[in-house]
Ligand binder design. Structure first.
Ligand code: FAD
Ligand code: PYC
Length: 423
């Protein structure tokens, strides 16, 4: 089928009508599927949100358009399409606040930037506190957020009830709600639209998106990367950016270095759809559960990570059960709801629960990984910052604190508290 440049695609009512009558047979592709060239200026490995965003900002802000994004499956089919879409920037340390708030500001204009509705919904995110230690930790984090100009508020129990009327503050006796951090600008976005929006813009600027193309090795000469081996053959590259989420240690090992990451399954579930009942995102680290409601009406519920290491994209049954029991203690009205679907993704977690954005021991090879349970919210900021790092060939103010060397120097950025998902 002839491939149209995505640039020509414009929304108009007539096109909608015509496509409806033709049963969508003539819909133009949003991005092309080109055969790989012999070589590119930059190859990005991993066609998730972070990889596509990196390619987009490389093209848009650094004028590098001779780029291929290589994806072993289909774009957005990894954690981008498996996450529970929570976006917030209320992290403890200055380095993280800078990165996640940078992302938040980009989220706030992303639909316009991409001309693609990513359904960013700033419905507010609460992180509950269930005991005095939680309360003190939460207040400390709220204070740190405010010093960084982030819209974080501490709510006492009455304040929580006002924002989330459906919550049972007794928490079934096990998890009484004493307070919460509240970020009104936090919320949710449509995860796969983020991948599609970036992909369409990348295509418009000439970036090649190559799906079903697994990277199986690297050509390294004199300590400098020269190309990648793939299931579609060898492809040369001046620079390579690795953005493989749950497979970062696999790719690092192909390139001959080791990472301090562990790969864990993380699961989520959705219920049958119901009318709107919960209007914000409620998370509890202590309970190991969080909940929001999708625009389709499904309750979107997530758990903590499975403690074992695995590449199986599914979560274990006992965690799902514990999570649902805890959710029903906080929201007893959901006890008779039926769950429709359950799935998992593999998250690469660093010892300090912060990501790695770094140059690597291999020349011209760069790595962006380790976002663990919380990278979706960072997608635009991570792509933007990583693109600048790759273009300049050296750390930027945003990426420097997240270098691999921090595990040697000890300058860790401990965000286990703010991660808000047990791991
Ligand atoms: P991915 O979309 O996984 O992209 C990486 C891509 O690399 C994949 O498509 C993969 O196929 C590809 N790849 C890997 N190896 C190769 C290779 N050898 N060759 C070619 N391609 C390769 N974060 C939040 O902020 N909020 C949330 O609410 C949230 N909920 C989550 C819920 C679940 C159940 C899970 C699993 C994760 C959740 N996360 C959340 C985390 C978030 O999804 C990830 O941190 C983020 O999506 C990672 O982004 P990515 O785009 O890099 O990943
Ligand atoms: O980091 O906010 C988060 C998150 C929510 C669900 C999974 N991760």
């Amino acid at each position: 089928m002839a491939v149209q440049p995505a640039k020509k695609q414009r929304f108009n009512a007539l096109a909608l009508f015509r496509n409806a009558l033709s049963y969508h047979q003539n819909w133009e592709q949003q991005w092309r599927s080109p055969a790989p060239l012999d070589a590119y200026d930059v190859i990005i490995v991993g066609g998730g949100g972070h990889g596509l965003a990196t390619a987009y900002y490389l093209a848009k802000e650094h004028g590098i358009t001779n780029i291929a994004v290589l994806e072993k499956g289909w774009i957005g089919g990894g954690n981008t399409g498996r996450n529970t879409t929570i976006v917030r920037s209320n992290y403890l340390w200055d380095e993280s606040a800078a990165m996640y708030e940078h992302a938040m500001k980009l989220w706030e204009g992303l639909t316009q930037e991409l001309n693609y509705n990513v359904m960013f919904s700033q419905r507010g995110v609460l992180n509950l506190a269930h005991n005095m230690t939680d309360v003190r930790d939460t207040q400390r984090r709220v204070n740190a957020n405010r010093l960084n100009g982030i819209d974080s508020i501490y709510l006492d129990a009455k304040g929580v009830k006002k924002v989330v009327p459906g919550i049972d503050l007794r928490g079934g006796g096990r998890y009484p709600v004493l307070g919460a951090s509240y970020q009104p600008r936090g919320g949710t976005a449509r995860h796969d639209a983020v991948a599609w929006g970036y992909a369409r813009k990348c295509d418009e600027m000439g970036v090649h998106i190559i799906q079903n193309c697994k990277v199986t090795g690297f050509d390294i000469e004199g300590g400098v990367v020269k190309g990648v081996q793939t299931t579609k053959g060898r492809i040369g590259a001046k620079k390579v950016g690795l953005v493989p989420a749950g497979h970062s240690s696999v790719l690092a090992s192909m390139a001959g270095f080791r990472l301090p990451v562990e790969s864990h399954p993380l699961q989520a579930l959705v219920s049958e759809p119901i009318k709107p009942t919960i209007h914000n995102v409620v998370m509890s680290n202590a309970v190991h559960a969080y909940i929001s409601q999708s625009d389709k009406g499904e309750l979107v519920i997530g758990a903590g990570v499975d403690q074992y290491i695995s590449y199986g994209q599914r979560g274990s049954q006992h965690l799902a059960e514990e999570t649902l029991v805890a959710i029903c203690e906080l929201f007893p009205q959901y006890k008779r709801m039926k769950m429709l679907r359950q799935w998992g993704g593999i998250v690469d977690v660093c010892p300090d629960a912060s990501p790695i954005l770094t140059s690597t021991p291999v020349g011209n090879m760069y790595l962006n990984c380790g976002w663990g349970t919380g990278g979706f919210k960072a997608t635009p900021g991570s792509g933007h910052a990583f693109a600048a790092h790759i273009a300049k060939g050296e750390p930027t103010a945003l990426t420097a604190p997240f270098a691999l060397s921090r595990f040697e120097t000890g300058f860790l950025i401990d965000e286990h508290g703010a991660a808000a998902v047990a791991h």
